[in-house]
Ligand binder design. Sequence first.
Ligand SMILES: [Zn+2]
Length: 79
Amino acid sequence: MGRRKRRTTLPVRRRRKSAFFRCPVCQHNSIIVELYEKEGKAVIKCFNCGLVREMNLLPGESKVDVYTRFFDSFIEGEG
Ligand SMILES: [Zn+2]
């Protein structure tokens, strides 16, 4: 029992043409997320309304994860 399966899961990196996320401020799909893994931070920018937000980047997080956290915190902060 308890056989260990060694699975080396490589992160699948898909390149999408449009990597934009929806901006909670201006509602445009104009958010880009830049990851700075060395610094442990991520910068979220909206090139439509000029929103810039710096987030801390947790290990293993992808752009979507950072964006989701940003979005949630933004909505909560507004309410
Ligand atoms: Zn915006």
